[in-house]
Design a protein around this ligand. Structure first.
Ligand SMILES: Cc1cc2nc3c(=O)[nH]c(=O)nc-3n(C[C@H](O)[C@H](O)[C@H](O)COP(=O)(O)OP(=O)(O)OC[C@H]3O[C@@H](n4cnc5c(N)ncnc54)[C@H](O)[C@@H]3O)c2cc1C
Length: 374
C-alpha cells in the first residue's frame, strides 16, 4: 500500500490485537444494550486507542487504526469511537484553547469522558442554514442555549457535546453565517437526552438532545464566535476522511466473510464459487475495494501533509460508503435466508451500511460537492 511502511504495519498488528481484546468480546453486548459500556471506553483508553494523531505524519498510523476499527465489522462501535476520538474532539484539537485541550482532551484520551458532536437538527441536516438552536448572551459572561439536536451518536454516554449554535441572527439566504461551536456539559441543568434507536449502528447510542435554558460559560466557546463555518469546513472534510477510512475497513470485513462463504457454501452439491457469475461478482467487489483502499491512503497522506481538500474527502466518503452498501447487499443475497435472519452477521452489515451513506454527509450532497469542486 502506498505511503505505508513497516512501522505502519506494526501498528496494524498492534491495534488489531488490542481491538480483538477490547472490542470483539463485548461487541454483541454493546449492540444489544445500544451503547459502548463505560469500562469498554476505559479499556480502549488504557490500550492507547483513543489518543492517536489527528494530523502530521503520524496520522497515517491513525488511518491504519481506523481501517482496523472498521474491520471489526461493527459499524455502530466504529461510529461511536470515530465520533469520540476524531470527529468531535477534532474541533478541540484544531481550534480549542490550551485550557480546553488540557481539561477536556486528557479525560477523553483515557476514555473517562465521552465526546459527542451535536450538529444536526430535525430541520437542519444537509442544509444547516435552517439551524434553530440559539445561544443568547447571558449576563456579562456566557450563553443561554435553547434548542434541540437530533441523531447525536454517543448521546446518552457523552460527558459533553461539541454543539453548533446560532449566536447571531442572519437570514437563510446569507448562507451559514452567525454560528458558533460551544462545549456543553451533559450534566448541565436543562440538558436532557432521549434515545433515538436506529435500524443499524445499534451501539452508536444515537439520541436526541434537548437544551432548555442551559447556561454555558464563555470559556466554552471553541474557536471564533459567529465564524464557525470556517471551522466546520475543515472539520467536515476531516469527518469525511475518517468516515471513509472506517468504511474501507468495514468493506474489508464484509468481503472476507463473502469470499469465505462462496467457497464453502454448497448448492446442488457444488460451492457457490463454482459459478462464474458468482466469482465475477465477488471479483468486482474485491477490485473496487482495492481501488478505494488505495485512494483512502492517498487521502490520509494528503491530510498528513496538510493538503486534504473537499473534493478528495468527498470522493472517498462517497465511494467507500456506497461500496459498503453494494457489498453488504451481495453478502446477504449469497447467504440466502440464513443471511437475512435478524441476528445474522450479513444482516447487521446490511443494516449498518445503509447509515453510512447518510451520516457525515448524504451521498447526494457529496456528489453535488464533487461536481462543484471538479
Ligand atoms: C446513524 C446516524 C448517526 C448520526 N450521527 C450524528 C451525530 O453524531 N451528530 C450529528 O450532528 N448528526 C448525526 N447524524 C445526522 C446526519 O449528519 C444527517 O442525517 C445528515 O446530515 C443528513 O441530514 P438529514 O438526515 O436531516 O437528511 P436531509 O437533509 O433531510 O436529506 C434527506 C435525504 O435527501 C437527499 N438529499 C439531500 N441533499 C440532496 C441533494 N442535494 N440532491 C438530491 N438529494 C438530496 C439524501 O438522500 C438525504 O438522505 C447521524 C445520522 C445517522 C443516520
Amino acid at each position: 500500500m502506498p505511503h505505508l511502511t513497516s512501522p505502519h504495519e506494526a501498528t496494524r498488528t498492534r491495534v488489531r490485537d488490542r481491538l480483538a481484546r477490547a472490542v470483539l468480546p463485548h461487541a454483541d453486548t454493546w449492540e444489544r444494550q445500544g451503547y459502548i459500556a463505560p469500562d469498554g471506553w476505559r479499556a480502549l483508553g488504557g490500550h492507547g486507542l483513543l489518543e492517536l494523531a489527528h494530523d502530521g505524519a503520524d496520522f497515517l498510523h491513525s488511518a491504519v487504526f481506523l481501517e482496523e476499527l472498521g474491520r471489526t465489522g461493527y459499524a455502530g462501535i466504529r461510529a461511536g469511537i470515530g465520533v469520540h476520538a476524531y470527529m468531535a474532539t477534532s474541533y478541540l484539537r484544531m481550534f480549542g484553547t490550551a485550557e480546553q485541550r488540557e481539561t477536556l482532551l486528557s479525560a477523553t484520551c483515557r476514555g473517562e469522558r465521552i465526546a459527542a458532536l451535536a450538529i444536526s437538527e430535525a430541520g437542519a441536516g444537509t442544509d444547516l442554514r435552517h439551524l434553530l438552536t440559539r445561544a443568547e448572551p447571558a449576563g456579562d459572561d456566557g450563553y443561554r442555549v435553547n434548542g434541540q439536536k437530533c441523531y447525536v451518536a454517543n448521546g446518552s454516554q457523552a460527558g459533553f457535546y461539541v454543539t453548533l449554535v446560532k449566536t447571531r441572527e442572519t437570514s437563510h439566504d446569507r448562507g451559514l453565517t452567525g454560528v458558533s461551536l460551544l462545549v456543553i456539559d451533559a450534566d448541565a441543568p436543562g440538558v436532557t437526552r432521549t434515545a433515538q434507536p436506529m435500524t443499524g449502528w445499534r451501539s452508536a447510542d444515537v439520541c436526541r438532545v434537548d437544551f432548555d435554558d442551559v447556561l454555558v460559560p464563555a470559556d466554552r466557546l471553541v474557536g471564533r464566535r459567529d465564524l464557525a463555518l470556517m471551522h466546520l469546513m475543515k472539520g467536515l472534510d476531516f469527518e469525511r476522511l475518517v468516515a471513509g477510512l472506517l468504511a474501507v475497513g468495514g468493506v474489508g470485513h464484509c468481503l472476507e466473510l463473502l469470499n469465505r462463504f462462496v467457497r464453502e457454501h454448497q448448492v446442488k452439491d457444488v460451492p457457490l464459487a463454482s459459478h462464474q457469475a458468482v466469482r465475477h461478482r465477488v471479483a468486482e467487489l474485491n477490485s473496487d475495494l482495492a481501488l478505494i483502499r488505495t485512494y483512502a491512503y492517498h487521502a490520509a497522506w494528503l491530510h498528513s501533509i496538510g493538503s486534504l481538500d473537499t473534493h478528495t474527502a468527498s470522493v472517498l466518503k462517497l465511494k467507500a460508503t456506497e461500496l459498503a452498501v453494494t457489498a453488504a447487499q451481495t453478502c446477504v443475497q449469497y447467504h440466502g435466508a440464513r443471511g437475512y435472519l435478524d441476528d445474522a452477521t450479513a444482516s447487521r452489515l446490511y443494516r449498518d451500511a445503509m447509515a453510512g451513506t447518510i451520516a457525515a454527509g448524504a451521498s447526494e450532497l457529496l456528489r453535488d460537492m464533487i461536481f462543484e469542486t471538479h
